[in-house]
Design a protein around this ligand. Structure first.
Ligand code: NAP
Ligand code: GDD
Length: 343
């Protein structure tokens, strides 16, 4: 039986990956940090909370990481733990760099000394492309991160490549474009939209306040993407792979698609911070823009080219944009009806 260590197990990807690995017969150790909410609702929703072996781990604490690697002696390590919210990284750049950047150095040092045969996956991100130099973006596209989050992840990406080249570790960097699900955190734009619109559709007096609705993202389904992570670690050597759907949409388009799925036809007015949207039938204002939600520097446009993953890993996304939006809308509508929007 293979043993996997999944850091960030309380997060969206941690839950889907845990379910996938358990289904493949792995013994799964899920690492979570003490200081946090300690919320295991995602693992619970996927029905795997009782099957994963939970262990405490904080990427800020080297001895903690070292002891856990010694205890688990994993065959595969998936490092999903991160301060993953881009907006927060502008407020907490040092903390973000410590967790997302130095945290990966700590983990790689532990792997190198305690379990050098373990295969290592680092959760890298399309945010590293930032102010994109070419479209679509692939493994050879130059990086230009636009946030402390992107900078921290770029450090971790190169730390992973360097561990492969210097120490011969089986270390892989998966550059994943945005992936969503009903288990996405509420602060991210997709679930912020679907959870708020669901409540509006049910007649609750709430307003959807957004920032830059013209930003474009290549949005896929988290369940597809964790399959890609696993496939990467089944390769004979470590490497770098992009996972993306190859289709991009604006935030505004996401709102329109979600509203349509809830039978809320919208009429848009204005541009930039003056943008509003109202319900076409009732005239009620549904959406406004909050200038404070704009980021100091934005990633305007992301579109991924996942041909290497298709050719080498045989990986392809199975959920397209309309299906993804519908999935989120349905889940949030059901939750809103029961008065239990979860984060
Ligand atoms: P997520 O839901 O925000 O999960 C992040 C996880 O990291 C949570 O379990 C969190 O624990 C944990 N964590 C935060 N700080 C930690 C620390 N100091 N020590 C240990 N654990 C810590 O993120 P996700 O969407 O699942 O993404 C998983 C990984 O992929 C992240 O590294 C993210 O940056 C990266 N990524 C995500 C996407 C995407 O679109 N989802 C795309 C590219 C890359 P708490 O529950 O305690 O906060
Ligand atoms: N969160 C949020 N909230 N974003 C908003 C809002 C809002 O009210 N209004 C507009 N946006 C825009 C953001 O400015 C950004 O351009 C886009 O919506 C997506 O924002 P997020 O959903 O927060 O995701 P992200 O693209 O910044 O980062 C996510 O994807 C990365 C991969 O590219 C995170 O999951 C990162 O951890 C991940 O690396």
């Amino acid at each position: 039986m293979k043993r996997a260590l999944v850091t960030g197990v309380t997060g969206q990807d941690g839950a889907y990956l845990t379910r996938l690995l358990l289904a493949k017969g792995y013994e799964v150790y899920g690492a979570y940090r003490h200081s946090a909410s300690g919320s295991f609702w995602r693992l619970h929703e996927l029905g795997v909370l009782d099957d994963v072996k939970l262990e405490v781990l904080d990427l800020l604490e080297f001895t903690n990481i070292l002891r856990l690697c010694q205890k688990v002696k994993p065959d595969e390590i998936y490092n999903l733990a991160a301060q993953s919210f881009v907006s927060h990284s502008f407020e907490q750049p040092v903390f973000t760099g410590d967790v997302n950047g130095l945290g990966v150095s700590r983990l790689l040092e532990a792997v190198r000394h305690v379990c050098p045969e373990a295969r290592f996956y680092q959760a890298s991100t399309s945010e590293m492309f930032g102010k994109v130099r070419e479209t679509p973006q692939n493994e050879d596209t130059p990086f230009h991160p636009r946030s402390p989050y992107g900078v921290s992840k770029l450090y971790a990406h190169w730390a992973t490549v360097n561990a492969r080249e210097s120490w011969g570790l089986h270390a892989t960097s998966g550059i994943l474009f945005n992936h969503e699900s009903p288990l996405r955190g509420l602060q991210f734009v997709t679930r912020k939209i679907t959870s708020t619109l669901a409540r509006i559709a049910l007649g609750e007096p709430v307003l959807l306040e957004l920032g830059n609705v013209d930003a474009q993202r290549d949005w896929g389904f988290a369940g597809d993407f964790v399959e890609g992570m696993w496939r990467m670690l089944q390769q004979p050597q470590g490497g770098t792979y992009v996972l993306a759907t190859g289709v991009t949409h604006s935030v505004r388009n996401f709102v329109e698609t979600a509203a349509a799925a809830l039978d809320l036809p919208l009429v848009w007015d204005g541009e930039g911070v003056s943008t509003t949207a109202r319900h076409a039938k009732t005239g009620r204002t549904v959406l406004t823009i909050g200038a404070q939600l704009y980021r100091p520097a934005e990633v305007d446009h992301l579109l991924g080219d996942a041909r290497r993953a298709a050719d080498v890993l045989g990986w392809r996304p199975t959920v397209d944009f309309p299906e993804l939006v519908t999935q989120l809308v349905r889940a949030d509508f059901d939750r809103a009806k029961q008065g239990r929007i979860l984060n």
